[in-house]
Design a protein around this ligand. Structure first.
Ligand code: CTP
Length: 213
């Protein structure tokens, strides 16, 4: 992958509703950072756009740190043009609070309702004019793994999707391992056993190299 520009998103996003509180998810960024390391070792020029993750910058990778989905969207707008591969490993929050309170919300003892508005789907939007760039997504599912992931592959105009079954203890958020079903846009699929995220990242990069040929 010598010199090939690759953009990877990783980690969760944080959607603030006041200066000290936010909506997020348990993503640690491990999968996206492993992919960034694997791609950089293969000679790719890697830009890693990371939500808040407690991980060090991978060697030889340009790391851009963001908080919210809208900040991630802005970073993608800047870095996707000219890239050849986009891997969307971030657990982007689907919603954000409609309003960011300027001051810390005070408790009143009464129930509180926070209105949420949808965030843009960063991967689907990027898929609208991807040209010959390879797009790879992840699917986090708790049911109908193959059908739901296959639908995301089509809806988001992907070349490949790695589907994770979140009900398994060896897959998904925060685990060091992942079990993935890889589905390709030509209709083929590959059911991989559970393995370390660092090993899965090598297989995903191998498949991406095939797609680039
Ligand atoms: N994704 C994204 N922007 C979003 C939501 C998701 O770019 N606002 C990307 C993720 O990085 C992942 C893929 O889309 O590569 C699928 O994410 P997932 O959370 O599995 O699915 P959603 O599209 O959010 O659908 P749902 O929550 O209904 O399952």
């Amino acid at each position: 992958m010598d010199g090939i520009p690759v953009v990877i998103t990783a980690g969760p996003t944080r959607e603030k509703f006041d200066p000290v509180r936010f909506l997020s998810n348990p993503s640690t960024g491990l999968m996206g950072y492993a992919l960034a390391r694997s791609a950089a070792r293969r000679g790719a020029h890697v830009t890693l756009i990371s939500g808040p993750a407690n991980l060090p910058d991978p060697y030889d990778v340009e790391v851009i740190r963001v908080e919210s989905a809208l900040q991630m969207e802005a970073a993608l707008k800047e870095h996707l043009p000219g890239s050849k591969v986009f891997i969307s490993a971030a657990a982007v929050s689907d919603y954000r609070p409609a309003k960011l309170e300027e001051e810390k919300m005070k408790k009143s003892g009464e129930p509180v309702t926070v209105e949420l508005v949808p965030n843009p789907d960063l991967l689907a939007n990027a898929g609208k004019n991807k040209g010959d760039r390879i797009h790879v997504g992840f699917a986090a599912e708790t049911e109908n793994l193959k059908d739901n992931a296959g639908k995301k592959l089509k809806d988001k105009n992907l070349d490949m999707i790695a589907a994770n079954d979140l009900t398994r203890s060896d897959s998904g958020f925060g685990t060091d391992t992942n079990k993935a079903l890889l589905i390709f846009s030509d209709g083929t699929s590959e059911d991989l056993p559970a393995m370390k995220k660092s090993n899965l990242s090598e297989i995903i990069l191998d498949r991406i190299e095939n797609l680039l040929k």
